[in-house]
Design a protein around this ligand. Structure first.
Ligand code: ADP
Ligand code: ZN
Ligand code: ZN
Length: 762
């Protein structure tokens, strides 16, 4: 055994019990390296890759993931500490998931421990002692009754604690969770096992399924496929059978019946004994999709999303891991769902920005889905009415399959979209509704039809300034203006938790004429109430949906026709199938168009296409009004025509010159810190260091842009500068990033954040 020669030289243990290999453990901490521990003999049987382990770390204990058994690091073997304990009887991360997480850690330059934590249900990985979630609940229950006192004396003898435990169990109905007996009632594991050994009680694993969607009514049965859907399904099935199924981009206009196709595909995969994952942007916004999946697959479905309690999520996770459920539906992190023999991953609304995690690990669930599917030999389907240009480009070049559903499946064609030029059709202050949109709303109200209004800006007024001295209400810790929330009487920062009471006097000059501009949804709601006092209005934005199921409740009431006008931010643009809606109005299409971000046009096109797709899905035709001051902008023009291809061609062309994705790969390197000059200096030094690194290694594929202050140059008290790396060689870019993360000169007190394939450069 070659490992034996590498045993720690100072070991005084008998040779035959000496484990040659040590455990490589990653902890959920913001450091890139992993740590090595010796495995004490009693832990050898259970210390296998993929289990959670408790390890000594400094003066504390921490829980981490045992990633691999490896030879001890050269020279350091003697100083290794012992693993403290192993938490799981069997690995909670399969080899496949360990491998996937490793890929995520390497690609996104993220600490592996934080990737594992993101991949596991909440509370599974943290500092030892807290949040040690158990996958399965163990239940201890009485199997033999002891009716007489004499029997009890005989059976228990001097085992006083066992008798207490038995009688406690009796008193609480004969059954309890082991964890409850141990933690709340203070009976040790040995006491409980004693009861089992005496055949008085049994311990069984029982999963208490708590299903938040239980009360949800299920939808109508799935319709027969139309010929276009049949062709797409056939093609997907054909690919799913292949040895390397690859990736298929399914572009289908809103209402073309993509979801129907996903369901049939997933059903076929299940029939072949494999499993399926469906990713959706945000569950609370897509209750209808979840509902359709549930009505198709019933108890085979586990729903995973951030609205679940930790326990609910662990239940769902355990069910998938044990193969009791075979379909996972969820948001971003469901891409890590512990499936057995995965056959397909469907990413619905694949263009959606919420698939990218905004904090470490900054992974993009779409990319992870593609990689996982490849590792598992599964098919990956990326569906959208408005595919991301990244996916579209690969489909266009034939690297990925390209499938199209060009028409709606319902009797009515895509709605007629008209532009309202805000420069010509001046609306009376507060400039919310043009005459045309107002009339259209009134008409819908009189006919008993429903309307949707979109404004992607919340609060009442987003810009409060002094007419005398020019003062602007701004956040103390971010370089952004504060938004006035009228009902709450507060000025609020939408980037951090800062808020202060409303003002009517300028704090700088004492001036009394403050102007409140920049209309938000709260103001629109008020205005609608004044214009249409008889209308039933519902507002859906972050401020009205704090409660766990608030979204669902609002959507349900719209569906029950208890609402005439649904008003909201981009939340209302996604996935809703509300047949009663015949009018969609976009109050200000320019909100996102003016952002200093290379995706501004793409985001605007997507938002307009998606929200327009909410109109006319039932038996009545739909109509859409888009209010804008830039009616000639191509993103707006192509959205009016539902013309994705013209938009994509033009936008791809526009991005070729400056070199933006998908023509190149990006990494955004942010330097942040409390002191502006220090941050600017460090960003400058980092830029020089990167230039030198790239030159020294002759990496012709990669260029450095910047440094420059970020568009939002101060956030939560930290100044922000960034450098942009552009590359057409992903592996080379990866090497540079990993080398930089470990070696770049960043003064203490400052932070370097690496965002690979950034969704936003703000
Ligand atoms: P998408 O996911 O592309 O927006 P959906 O799958 O939600 O489309 O379908 C839109 C509407 O059309 C739904 O109400 C759905 O039931 C209906 N639909 C889909 N396919 C068919 C079909 N082949 N025949 C009749 N109705 C269909
Ligand atoms: Zn003033
Ligand atoms: Zn702030």
């Amino acid at each position: 055994m070659s490992q034996m020669t590498e045993r720690p030289p100072d070991s005084d243990r008998p040779l035959e019990r000496l484990p040659g290999q040590v455990a490589r453990v990653s902890l959920p901490r913001p450091v890139l390296q992993s740590f090595h521990y010796r495995i004490p003999p009693d832990l050898l049987p259970t210390a296998v890759p993929g289990v959670r382990v408790v390890v000594p770390f400094g003066r504390k204990r921490e829980t981490g993931i045992l990633e691999a058994l490896v030879d001890p690091p050269a020279g350091g073997g003697s100083r290794l500490k012992d693993l403290h304990s192993v938490l799981d009887e069997e690995p909670i991360l399969s080899p496949e998931l360990l491998h996937l997480c490793r890929w995520v850690a390497d690609y996104y330059v993220a600490p592996a421990g934080l990737v594992y934590r993101a991949a596991l249900p909440p509370g599974m990985l943290g500092s030892a002692g807290k949040g040690r979630g158990e996958l399965r609940r163990q239940v201890i229950h009485i199997v033999r009754e002891l009716p007489t006192l004499t029997e009890r004396e005989q059976v228990f003898g001097k085992a006083r604690r066992q008798r207490e435990a038995y009688e406690t169990l009796e008193a609480i109905g004969g059954r309890a969770e082991v964890a409850h007996m141990e933690r709340q009632l203070g009976f040790g594991r040995a006491v409980l096992t004693g009861l089992v050994q005496r055949e008085l009680a049994e311990i069984t694993s029982e999963t208490i399924e708590r299903d938040p969607f239980a009360g949800f009514h299920t939808g109508p049965p799935a319709p027969e496929l139309n010929p276009a859907q049949e062709r797409v399904l056939e093609e997907l099935l054909h690919r799913a059978e292949a040895s390397e199924p690859g990736v298929a981009v399914l572009r289908g206009v809103t209402g073309s019946g993509k979801t129907v196709v996903y369901l049939r595909l997933m059903r076929a995969v299940l029939d072949r004994g494999r499993t399926a994952i469906l990713l959706v942007p945000e569950i609370s916004l897509t209750p209808q999709t979840v509902e359709r999946v549930r009505s198709e697959f019933g108890d085979d479905v586990a729903v995973l999303h951030s609205g679940l309690s930790d326990g609910e999520r662990r239940d769902a996770w355990a069910a998938l891991r044990e193969g009791r459920k075979r379909v996972a539906v969820g948001t971003r992190s469901a891409v890590f769902a512990p499936m057995r023999d995965l056959g397909v991953i469907v990413v619905d609304e694949e263009h959606d920005g919420s698939y990218k995690q905004g904090e470490t690990p900054r992974y993009h669930a779409r990319s992870v889905a593609v990689v996982r599917a490849r590792m598992a030999g599964a098919l990956c389907v990326l569906g959208s009415a408005t595919p991301s240009l990244e996916s579209w480009e690969l489909a266009r070049r034939g690297k990925w399959a390209s499938l199209v559903l060009p028409e709606r499946a319902t009797p009515h064609p895509l709605p007629d979209v008209q532009v309202v030029d805000l420069r010509e059709e001046l609306t009376p202050p507060p400039r919310i509704l043009s005459e045309r949109l107002k009339e259209a709303l009134a008409e819908r109200l009189s006919r008993g039809e429903q309307s949707i209004l979109l404004l992607n800006r919340r609060g009442h007024s987003t810009w409060i300034s002094c007419n005398d001295c020019g003062w602007v209400a701004a956040c103390d810790s971010c370089n952004v203006s504060l938004t006035w929330h009228r009902k709450r009487g507060r000025l609020v920062c939408h980037h951090c938790a800062f808020e202060q009471p409303s003002r009517d006097i300028c704090p700088e000059c004492g001036g009394r004429t403050l102007s409140f501009t920049g209309v938000g949804t709260e103001q629109v709601e008020r205005h609608l109430g004044e214009e249409f006092p008889e209308a039933r209005i519902a507002r859906m934005d972050v401020d009205t949906t704090g409660e766990k199921w608030a979204h669902r409740d609002i959507i349900e009431s719209v569906r029950r026709r208890e609402v005439d006008i649904l008003l909201g931010t981009q939340m209302i643009s996604k996935g809703l199938d509300l047949p009663g809606v015949t009018l969609v109005g976009v109050i200000d299409a320019d909100v996102g168009l003016n952002l200093p971000d290379f995706r501004a046009s793409e985001r605007t096109f997507q938002l307009l296409s998606q929200v327009a797709g909410r109109a006319g899905r039932g038996s009545l035709p739909g109509k859409v009004y888009v209010q804008t001051a830039k009616p000639a902008h191509f993103a707006i023009q192509t959205a009016l025509q539902h013309d994705f291809e013209t938009f994509a061609t033009r936008e791809l062309d526009d991005r070729a010159g400056p070199g933006y994705p998908p023509h190149v790969r990006l990494a955004n390197l942010l330097v942040t810190g409390p002191d502006e000059t220090a941050v600017a200096d460090a960003a400058g030094a980092l830029g020089d260091w990167l230039e030198e690194l790239i030159e020294r290694h002759e990496v012709a594929s990669t260029v450095v842009l910047g440094p420059a202050p970020c568009p939002i140059d101060r956030l939560r008290g930290r100044w922000r500068w960034h450098l942009l790396l552009k590359s057409d060689d992903p592996p080379a870019l990866g090497s540079i990033l990993r080398y930089s993360a470990a070696n770049a000169p960043i003064p203490s007190g400052l932070r370097l954040e690496i965002d690979r394939d950034p969704e936003s450069l703000l």
